[in-house]
Design a protein around this ligand. Structure first.
Ligand SMILES: O=C(O)CCC(=O)C(=O)O
Ligand SMILES: [Fe+2]
Length: 222
C-alpha cells in the first residue's frame, strides 16, 4: 500500500495537513513551543479515571477535553482555523470541539492496532505530539477518498483502495470523520497524538453519532 507524501495529492483524496506553529520543536527552545511546555509522559499516565488502561494491552487513550494539564485547546483551534475555513467549513461558528483525547502507542502494548473505523465526529483533527526517531509502523491507512472543499481535481478512490500517511511532529492531519481509516501495528518506537473531534452545532447536519465500527453495526442488527 502506498504512503502518500505529496500534500496536494493528499488534499485531492480528502486529507490535509496543517502545521500547529506553537507545536514546532524549536532548537534550544527555552520557553517557546507547546511541545516543550507539554509533559507528554504525564499525559500518557494512567490515572483513576482510566485505570483500565493500566494493563497496557492496547493503545492508551485518555480524555483531556477539560484536563488542566492540557490547556491548549483554544491555541490549537486558532492555529487550524484558516485550514478548516479553506477546506471544511464556511463559518467556524457552525462547529464546536466535541471531544479531545490523547492516544499513545508503545511497544509494550500487546495490540497497538486500531481497526478500520469512522470517527464519532464530523471533522477530525489529529495532532502529532510525539514520534520517536526510531518509529516504525503505527501509520494511518485511509480507505477511499472523500471530497474536501476547494480542492481540484478530486481523485476518486474506491473504499477497498487504501493509502498510508505519516504526520510530522508538530503537524496535524485533518479529515472528515466519515473517512474510513485504521492504524497499522507499531513495530518500533513510540507515538503520541492528540485528537480533536469536531462536530456541527446543528444536530440535523451532524453525523457524529454514527456507528463507528462495522462490527458494532453487526451487533446492532443481531
Ligand atoms: O493513531 C492515530 O493517530 C489515530 C487513532 C484514531 O484513528 C482514533 O483514535 O480514532
Ligand atoms: Fe479514528
Amino acid at each position: 500500500m502506498p504512503t502518500i507524501c505529496d500534500q496536494s495529492r493528499l488534499r485531492s483524496l480528502g486529507v490535509t495537513f496543517c502545521a500547529v506553529p506553537s507545536f514546532q520543536p524549536l532548537p534550544c527552545d527555552s520557553n517557546g513551543s507547546l511541545l516543550s511546555r507539554l509533559n507528554i509522559t504525564s499525559l500518557c499516565e494512567p490515572n483513576p479515571l482510566n485505570i483500565s488502561m493500566e494493563d497496557n494491552d492496547y493503545a492508551f487513550y485518555k480524555n483531556i477535553l477539560d484536563d488542566p494539564s492540557f490547556p491548549y485547546v483554544e491555541e490549537i483551534v486558532q492555529a487550524i482555523t484558516p485550514t478548516l475555513l479553506e477546506h471544511f467549513v464556511t463559518d467556524m461558528n457552525d462547529v464546536y470541539v466535541d471531544d479531545v483525547f490523547v492516544v499513545h502507542y508503545n511497544t509494550e502494548q500487546y495490540d497497538s492496532r486500531c481497526p478500520k473505523h469512522q470517527d464519532p465526529s464530523d471533522i477530525t483533527v489529529n495532532v502529532c505530539l510525539e514520534r520517536s526517531e526510531d518509529l516504525e509502523g503505527s501509520q494511518i491507512v485511509f480507505y477511499g477518498s472523500k471530497r474536501i472543499r476547494c480542492v481540484e481535481p478530486f481523485e476518486e478512490k474506491q473504499e477497498e483502495d487504501g493509502f498510508l500517511i505519516d504526520t510530522k511532529l508538530g503537524c496535524c492531519s485533518i479529515h472528515w470523520g466519515a473517512h474510513p481509516h485504521e492504524v497499522t501495528p507499531l513495530k518500533r518506537g513510540r507515538r503520541t497524538n492528540v485528537i480533536f473531534t469536531m462536530a456541527y452545532k446543528d444536530a440535523a447536519k451532524s453525523e457524529k453519532d454514527r456507528i463507528c465500527y462495522a462490527d458494532q453495526q453487526g451487533s446492532a442488527e443481531r
